[in-house]
Ligand binder design. Structure first.
Ligand code: ATP
Length: 359
């Protein structure tokens, strides 16, 4: 089976072809990059309307060159969650393509796709999944036909919380990679200072991974397996206003936010008895987050997997892969029933594809 996937929930206009027989994925993406500030829904939708036809065309052309006119067996699209104006453009494109190609339509939940791509790439059977993306942050575990939300942010998504700080200090969107770079710079400098201290016979010790680095006192809010980021974004902004060096804030912001995510992930593994963790979402591209989760999993004898970056940030590859599993399970949708849903939660999705898992 070969599935054309289309993604466009917020910033990334993307199309992909997944070939289940060879387990290969071709992805073509075109990101929306705001001139200033964060993602503006109207501008993002304008980007989708220009970029979706072009990325779809590139993928379809490549597919037809390789496989002839019947290259596509189904069209899968992101049905939500996401920005309504963007989702509507993607939904319209997917419906008309499915009609033109004469193939079934598959409506995919974007957050379940972030999870399933990790399960697919790792070969894990029944992992807990930490989705650390821009607009969302939650832990999912499978039980009785659904992915259950074991814990989630009580306010902002993790990437949005980081981006809120970077907007405050005037950095362009997306802020996450810039925070990662600045935090690494601070850690390297602090670690150099730490080793000089050691050479000079200092007995003081900093955090294990970064000798010499002290953490700023920022809000750390975890309640069971839920967590909150709004306080830490505001505190980071205040620290910048008070003149604390921005690299130092980036370092502490990352350490706090990722420690919160690591703590709740460990609690979810412990509660469910699972011994596998997969990571998904754009923030999962961060080396420090992966390092902390990998260390936690190693300490408790659990396996850990984060897919390669092209499958972590928003991408149509994950939509096509889950679309293929759903299509193989007969989980397609009639055009009349295929309305998008900006608030589509992962636990609303009946998991139809895990019983007979072959595509
Ligand atoms: P969702 O998948 O919830 O709809 P989204 O549409 O914002 O979220 P993603 O691609 O999952 O898209 O995530 C984008 C977020 O990832 C942005 O907030 C960005 O700052 C963040 N991000 C990207 N790279 C890194 C990084 N290296 N470190 C931290 N955050 C990062």
């Amino acid at each position: 089976m070969r599935v054309l996937g289309i993604e466009g929930t917020a910033w990334c206009a993307s199309a992909a072809l997944y070939d289940a027989e060879t387990d290969t994925v071709l992805i073509e993406s075109d990101p929306y990059e705001p001139d200033s500030g964060g993602i503006h829904p109207r501008e993002a939708a304008e980007h989708m309307s220009e970029a979706i036809p072009a990325v779809v065309d590139r993928v379809l052309t490549a597919a037809e060159e390789r496989h002839g006119p019947d290259a596509v067996d189904a069209v899968a699209f992101s049905r939500g969650p996401g920005l309504g104006p963007c989702l509507r453009i993607v939904g319209t494109a997917a419906r008309s393509l499915a009609g033109t190609l004469g193939v079934p339509l598959v409506g995919v939940n974007h957050m379940v796709a972030h999870l399933e791509i990790g399960r697919h790439r790792s070969g894990f059977d029944n992992p807990v999944c930490l989705n650390a993306s821009g607009a969302n942050a939650h832990l999912l575990g499978y039980h009785d036909g659904r992915y259950r939300v074991l814990g989630e942010t009580m306010d902002a998504g993790v990437g949005n919380a980081i981006d809120k700080f970077t907007r405050h200090v005037g950095w362009s969107h997306p802020g996450g990679p810039k925070v990662e770079a600045a935090a690494a710079e601070f850690a390297t400098a602090a670690s150099g200072a730490g080793s000089e201290g050691e050479k000079a016979g200092s007995e003081e010790e900093g955090p294990e991974s970064t000798p010499g680095a002290d953490l700023l006192d920022l809000p750390y809010v975890v309640k069971g397996m839920d967590f909150s980021f709004s306080g830490i974004s505001s505190a980071a902004n205040d620290a910048a206003d008070e003149g604390v060096p921005v690299e130092e804030i980036c370092f502490s912001l990352q350490e706090h936010v990722f420690a919160m995510l690591t703590e709740v992930s460990e609690r979810a593994l412990s509660l469910t008895g699972a011994d596998e963790l997969v990571l998904g979402g754009g923030v999962a591209q961060n080396d420090r987050l992966r390092e902390m989760l990998a260390a936690m999993c190693e300490a408790r004898g659990a396996a850990f997997h984060a897919p390669e970056p092209r499958f972590l940030r928003d991408n149509a590859g994950m939509i096509a892969v889950l679309g293929a599993k759903m299509a193989a399970a007969g989980d397609t949708v009639a055009v009349a029933e295929s309305a998008v849903d900006p608030n589509f939660r992962p636990d609303q999705v009946p998991v139809t594809w895990r019983t007979g898992e072959s595509v």
